[in-house]
Structure formats: structure tokens, C-alpha cells
Design a protein around this ligand. Structure first.
Ligand SMILES: *Cc1c(COP(=O)(O)O)cnc(C)c1O
Ligand SMILES: [Zn+2]
Length: 407
């Protein structure tokens, strides 16, 4: 990894070698990749990026990219689409949707996994593993398949069928655990001490997490190298939100953007699992674990590893982390579908519902150019919409069609 200097403890600043580890032995703080920004600045420019692949790997110098090549199955460089009809309905002047359902396994998790498994392969791992709320399992199984690795994923047993099918089809071995995601995560942390496996979000977490920065890089590039006024970001572990902030600052550090980013980063959760929003709204950064009970299963992490850092990032930017009701999640999915023709999963419903609330309560002003991260597609979470029936049922006769549809 050319530009990664070390893994650095986010708490005490101690440096560790670039290896499969994720906690500081001294203070138990999380480790994060630290880069040689000067060296990156000497190599990267808007032109070199434009000449790169049309995937997230166009930003390779800003990722922990192994020298021998990445596992690139097309993650990233998803569409950034303006959403004028939704903007008008919400009372915003300009709104953009970052459509990460366009990734190979239809969620933003392909970004983090593409980095984690590339690094895993360079470390010599043969088996990829993860604790997942569903989307991560899909992404791990697909990338492992393309890399010729074996994959073993651990999920809570109540997951949507679409997410199980979307793992098994790639040859991923699925272990359904009778418990919540937090139980699954604890089990994986224990297993990672026993097995020589690449747990993408445990022992490879410092590398994995960096993949999320590409959402920030792409948004800025796709806006014509402009930083928007506000982001609305769904929160599970809180990692994605923190990496939007880190990614935007890095664009400045390596000289791609002349100014420090002046951007507000808001966070979104569903009421049935809102430990980060609850802490934020009560003015503390002490995130109390909860037992999730939400339709937004991909965000159902009751004890979010990066919740504390997400709160710090949002506060420092002037943003707000808040939650919406479970009904509002489904309303958000329907609103986005009805106004913009985008069928998002429950996590996207959380983002849109929260965006609506933030505009209504004055946290986002009408003239603030806003980007909403739509992190996955609706076909994986059909259950959330209840049973869908045809609007009419008729015989194959002209008069029947005219009768139900009118003239
Ligand atoms: C995992 C996930 C998120 C949030 O990820 P964190 O980085 O853990 O906060 C958002 N949306 C979808 C669809 C996800 O699968
Ligand atoms: Zn430390």
C-alpha cells in the first residue's frame, strides 16, 4: 500500500504497522488508515482521476489500495441525479440523489468490500467473512466469488429473503444466527480470534471503512468539483457518516479542492433503532445501546461502533442526527418512488423521511443544495411494503378494460 503510512489510533494517536488489526493495544481505541497526503498530492489531479476507471478505483491513491491490483467488479461511480420533483415537494431549490443501488450488488456496501477484500487478498487471506445486516453479506459473497475466495457470512436469522438469496447465489455460505446483529457481531469478534479469516468489518475494519469515502469523492467530482451545502446520510454503525467528512477534508489535503469543505452533514435513523439520534438529540455523545426493532434492517445496529464519532462529525459540521417513525420510513420509500422513479430499500426511506423532517424543521434551508445518499434498492426489502396487489383485475376483453379505467 503505497500511500498508507500506518494504522493510527483515533484516540491516543499511536501508530501501528499496516496489518490486519483494528484496535489499539494501548487504549482500545479504533485504528484508522493514515496517509502520506503530500505524496498523494504529487501524483493525483482532477485529470488523472478523470482518466481513471469508471469505478471507485479512480480514486485509488486515496484508498488503502494494494500494489498488486484491486478486486474491481464495478463498485462505485454510481449516478448522481438531480431530483427536481422531490425537491419541489419538499420545498428545496436543488436536491441530488446519489444512487448507490446502482452498485454490483445494489448497495453501497460494494464500496467497502471492494477495498477490504483487495487488502485481504494482499495479506494472503483465503477466506472472506463478515457480520452482516444483509447488504454486506451480498457484497462479500460477490467479491469473494470474483476473486476466487471462499466466503462465510453471519447474519441475524430474521433477515429479508432477498438478502439471503443475494448471498447464496454467489456461493457464499450463510450462517443464520438466532439473535440480533449485535449478537452476530460479538460472535464474529470472538471467531476472528480463532480463525485465520478476513472478517471485513472486524479485523479489516480500518481498510473496509475507507471505501465509504468514495461516496464523498464522487459527489464532489460529479457536481463539477463543487462541495454541496448539505448531505443526508443513513446511519447503521455510523462509519459512512464519519467517512463523508474525512473524504471531503482529504480532497482539500491533497490539493483537489482549494478550500476546506463548508458542508453540513446530517444523519438519519429509524425510531426502532436510533441509538445515535437519541444521544445526539439529548445533547450527549454517549451512545446507549438499544435492542433494534425496525423495518430498516440494514441499519439495525443497536450498539454502533462509530456512533460516537458520527456524533462528533455531525456536530462539528453544524448538522443534526435525528430519527423518524417506522411509518415514515415506508412513506419515504413511496415518496421517492412516486416523485423520482427511484425504488429504494428501507434505508433510503429513512434518508428521505429524515430529509423531509430536516427541511420541515428548518435544519436544512430551502436554498441549501442538498445531497441525499440512497444506499440500496427496494427489491431487496419488498416485505416492508406489505403485500402488493394489482390495481385492477379484468378478463382479456376491451369492454372490461374500458369499464375499470374509464374513457
Ligand atoms: C450498511 C448500510 C448503511 C450504513 O452503514 P454504516 O457505515 O454502518 O453506518 C446505509 N445504508 C445501507 C443500505 C447499508 O447497507
Ligand atoms: Zn490508542
Amino acid at each position: 500500500m503505497k500511500y498508507v503510512l500506518s494504522l493510527r489510533c483515533r484516540e491516543c494517536g499511536r501508530d501501528y504497522p499496516v496489518a490486519p488489526q483494528h484496535v489499539c493495544e494501548f487504549c482500545f481505541g479504533p485504528l484508522e488508515a493514515a496517509y502520506d497526503y503530500e505524496a498523494i498530492a504529487a501524483e493525483i489531479s482532477r485529470a488523472t482521476i478523470a482518466a481513471g476507471p469508471t469505478t471507485m478505483w479512480r480514486y485509488a491513491p486515496l484508498l488503502p489500495a494494494p500494489a498488486e491490483g484491486a478486486i474491481d467488479i464495478g463498485a462505485g461511480f454510481t449516478r448522481l441525479r438531480e431530483a427536481p420533483r422531490l425537491a419541489a415537494e419538499l420545498g428545496l431549490r436543488r436536491l441530488w440523489l446519489k444512487l448507490d443501488g446502482g452498485n454490483p450488488t445494489h448497495s453501497f456496501k460494494d464500496r467497502v468490500v471492494s477495498v477490504a477484500l483487495s487488502v485481504a487478498r494482499s495479506f494472503g487471506f483465503e477466506i472472506a467473512a463478515c457480520a452482516s445486516t444483509g447488504n454486506l453479506a451480498n457484497a462479500v459473497a460477490a467479491h469473494a466469488a470474483a476473486a476466487g475466495m471462499r466466503s462465510i457470512v453471519f447474519i441475524p436469522s430474521d433477515l429479508e429473503e432477498g438478502k439471503i438469496a443475494g448471498t447464496v447465489v454467489f456461493g457464499g455460505e450463510v450462517v443464520a444466527v438466532d439473535g440480533s446483529y449485535d449478537d452476530v457481531n460479538r460472535l464474529c469478534a470472538e471467531l476472528s480470534g480463532e480463525k485465520p479469516w478476513a472478517f471485513v468489518n472486524v479485523n479489516l475494519r480500518p481498510y473496509y471503512a475507507e471505501g465509504s469515502k468514495t461516496l464523498a469523492f464522487e459527489t464532489v467530482e460529479q457536481l463539477g468539483w463543487r462541495v454541496p451545502d448539505a448531505f443526508v446520510v443513513p446511519i447503521a454503525s455510523g462509519s459512512l457518516l464519519t467517512k463523508i467528512g474525512k473524504g471531503l477534508r482529504e480532497l482539500h489535503h491533497v490539493g483537489l479542492m482549494p478550500d476546506e469543505p463548508g458542508v453540513t452533514i446530517h444523519g438519519a435513523q429509524a425510531a426502532g433503532c436510533s441509538p445515535v439520534a437519541t444521544a445526539f438529540e439529548s445533547g450527549t455523545d454517549d451512545v446507549r445501546p438499544v435492542k433494534p426493532d425496525t423495518v430498516a434492517k440494514s441499519l439495525a445496529i443497536g450498539n454502533p461502533a462509530d456512533g460516537y464519532y458520527a456524533i462528533k462529525e455531525a456536530r462539528a459540521s453544524g448538522g443534526r442526527i435525528t430519527s423518524i417513525s417506522e411509518e415514515a420510513v415506508v412513506d419515504g420509500m413511496r415518496l421517492l418512488a412516486r416523485t423520482e422513479g427511484v425504488f429504494t430499500e428501507t434505508a433510503g426511506g429513512v434518508t428521505i423521511g429524515t430529509l423531509e423532517k430536516l427541511v420541515r424543521e428548518g435544519d436544512i434551508a430551502p436554498d441549501q443544495e442538498t445531497v441525499a445518499l440512497i444506499t440500496g434498492i427496494g427489491l431487496k426489502t419488498l416485505e416492508a411494503l406489505g403485500s402488493s396487489e394489482p390495481t385492477y383485475r379484468i378478463k382479456p376483453r376491451l369492454e372490461d378494460a374500458i369499464e375499470v379505467l374509464g374513457n
